[in-house]
Design a protein around this ligand. Structure first.
Ligand SMILES: [Fe+2]
Ligand SMILES: [Fe+2]
Length: 175
């Protein structure tokens, strides 16, 4: 349950952070892409909220408050972080999000809730897409020649392959 509560509040923090990130970029196309990612994070929050209530649980009020502060802080920092730092930070966080949903899917299976697995794996795949977006942005900057990139997650197809054999993409978790 803690994993789902963390994901629920984490998605809110991500949506707040991406709101600030979108406002901080000058390219309209890039802004639209970040806002589309923001929408997907809110969709994830809706999915996870539905899972929590189906399991008779509720969001953790402390995590909700904490993640509101974290998301708002990151949102504000995007305005002074230039272009590279928010792109880099987002990519690194997204790498962890992939694993978070992989772990949640594995726990759902272990806990006898196979009905949650498909949605959790789907969210892991969308987080993989987010990581790829921010990785590609980061790699397009000259800064990545001096700032080492976080470890790359395994291929997207590995999410389901690893789940089928009872493993997770822990390489991404190190990020
Ligand atoms: Fe998400
Ligand atoms: Fe994401």
């Amino acid at each position: 349950m803690t994993v789902l509560q963390n994901a629920y509040s984490g998605e809110y923090a991500a949506s707040l952070a991406y709101g600030g990130h979108a406002r901080s970029v000058s390219d309209p196309g890039e802004r639209a892409e970040i806002l589309a990612i923001l929408d997907q994070e809110l969709e994830h929050r809706g999915f996870v909220g539905g899972m929590l209530s189906a399991l008779g649980a509720a969001p953790d009020p402390f995590k909700e408050r904490l993640m509101t502060v974290v998301g708002t802080t990151i949102s504000c920092l995007c305005r002074i972080g230039g272009w590279f730092i928010p792109m880099y930070g987002a990519g690194k966080l997204e790498a962890g999000n992939i694993v978070e949903y992989e772990v949640a899917a594995a726990l759902a299976r272990e806990a006898g809730h196979p009905e949650l697995v498909e949605c959790l794996l789907h969210m892991a795949e969308i987080e993989w897409d987010h990581e790829k977006y921010f990785r590609d942005k980061t790699l397009s900057s000259a800064w990545c020649r001096v700032v080492p990139l976080w470890p790359a997650p395994p291929p997207r197809a590995d999410i389901r392959a690893n789940f089928a054999r009872g493993a997770t993409s822990r390489r991404g978790a190190a990020a």
